[in-house]
Design a protein. Structure first.
Length: 252
């Protein structure tokens, strides 16, 4: 029997925004009230009333989005409905809905895992610390070990595992490149010519030189000529020569 949409909507609790229905295709869906069809079959809760949602439809409020584990829209709507429902309105018992329980279980699992990840913990503590590099390498090593295990297991079953070998090679290459780059910086006595810190110190040095020339009474055009000459000399060859001298000083 087709659903009398107008009569059904009038029977819903005030503030209802969505209704759980079984569509003509046999699928379960939380249909917007204004989009209900006469072919929809409302799903009733344990109390015999339709399962509905209340509250604003859409993304969670800003204060929820800023939390470490934002509340999904469905659960946010449930919370709003339960908080705003009056005592004389029928209870929808949404918490007994299998779909809602599944979402809640996922949310609880994510909340328990939040903060346990070593990389996330170190990055939040100090993004520029050396410990971040260590936990990143540890994480890559764990992934490489897991891929190797899966590759050996699949090989024992007689299945091709070339794709896993390629994945492990990529992970190992990432680790090698990162390790070599860090070792190269370490061999330079800790001086990274590409770092923001070195750029700031070098810029301050040039400002000091400019100030000294101005204090000595040098003409502005003469100062600009000197700095133009300096800029031409600050090329890749200069950087390579600087690294060589740093390494020589570190090993002397």
């Amino acid at each position: 029997m087709p659903l009398d949409v107008n009569a059904f909507v009038k029977s819903l609790p005030a503030g209802t925004t969505r209704v759980r229905v079984k569509t003509a295709n046999g699928l379960l869906s939380y249909r917007k009230v204004e989009e209900l069809l006469d072919t929809d079959d409302p799903v009733l809760g344990p109390t015999g009333f339709p399962v509905v949602m209340k509250g604003q439809i859409g993304a969670p409020p800003k204060f929820l989005r800023n939390q470490p584990n934002p509340v999904p829209m469905a659960l946010s709507s449930i919370a709003t409905a339960q908080a705003t429902a009056s005592s004389d309105e029928p209870s929808d018992d949404l918490q007994s809905d299998p779909e809602v329980q599944k979402v809640e279980q996922v949310r609880q699992t994510r909340r328990k895992r939040h903060g346990r990840n070593a990389v996330l913990r170190e990055v939040k503590r100090n993004p520029s610390a050396d410990a971040v590099f260590d936990v990143l390498m540890h994480g890559l090593a764990e992934e490489a070990e897991m891929i190797e295990f899966e590759r050996d297991r699949i090989t024992q079953l007689g299945h091709p595992a070339h794709h896993l070998t390629e994945q492990r090679v990529k992970v190992m290459k990432m680790m090698t490149d990162a390790w070599l780059k860090r070792r190269s910086k370490s061999s330079g006595s800790g001086v990274d010519l590409d770092s923001p810190a070195f750029s700031a110190v070098f810029a301050f040095t040039l400002e000091t030189v400019r100030g000294a020339l101005e204090d000595a009474g040098a003409r502005p055009e003469f100062i600009e000529t000197i700095f133009a000459k300096i800029s031409k000399r600050l090329n890749d060859d200069w950087k390579n020569e600087a690294l060589i001298r740093i390494k020589e000083k570190a090993t002397s």
